[in-house]
Design a protein. Structure first.
Length: 179
């Protein structure tokens, strides 16, 4: 049975998202050319939360979309002959500051796939990466521009993000396998 250790509770997640929203606006020089794109699944929920925080403070309505990277994965053959593809719905990306939002940054392969897909849909002015948790362990030279929390994780551990919209509660846990 895996051992679970709570890293962030609902209040800590909310504080991180507030800080991340503020940093996005600052790094993008405002909201005029800003668009958020969440990576399916939990990155989408986090992107829409950040959108609501920015909209409330900045009195705006920034565009926000969702991205399913399934067909852009470099291990597509390994997931079977009929992969389940989720919805991709993107706002206009050309000449915008696009912020890709994800829950956990690990190897960098998901982000690489997201960058490839974003490039197929438009030519942003700039792309920033925003993640709730950076757990290290990169296999590609990718780093987040905006990070909610950084944790050190060993080979037999993983970071699990739960969001109330999908999981009924907000929590970030470190899950340690017995093996």
């Amino acid at each position: 049975m895996p051992i679970r250790t709570q890293l962030l509770d609902d209040r800590a997640i909310q504080r991180a998202l507030v800080r991340m929203a503020s940093e996005i606006v600052e790094r993008c020089g405002g909201t005029d050319a800003l668009a958020l794109v969440g990576i399916q699944r939990r990155g989408v929920e986090l992107a829409y939360r950040i959108k609501r925080l920015i909209d409330k403070v900045e009195h705006t309505n920034i565009p926000c979309g969702k991205l399913d990277i399934t067909l852009y994965r470099d291990d597509l053959q390994a997931i079977g002959p009929k992969p389940i593809v989720g919805e991709t719905h993107l706002p206009e990306l050309d000449d915008r500051n696009v912020v890709i939002v994800d829950d956990v940054l690990y190897t960098g392969r998901t982000v690489r796939a997201a960058l490839d897909e974003v490039a197929d849909f438009g030519r942003p002015r700039r792309v920033l990466l925003c993640v709730l948790v950076d757990r290290g362990g990169r296999e590609l030279p990718i780093q987040a521009d905006i990070v909610g929390a950084t944790v050190s994780v060993t080979a037999n551990e993983r970071v699990e993000v739960l969001v109330s919209e999908l999981d009924g509660r907000d929590v970030v846990e470190l899950v340690r396998s017995d093996a």
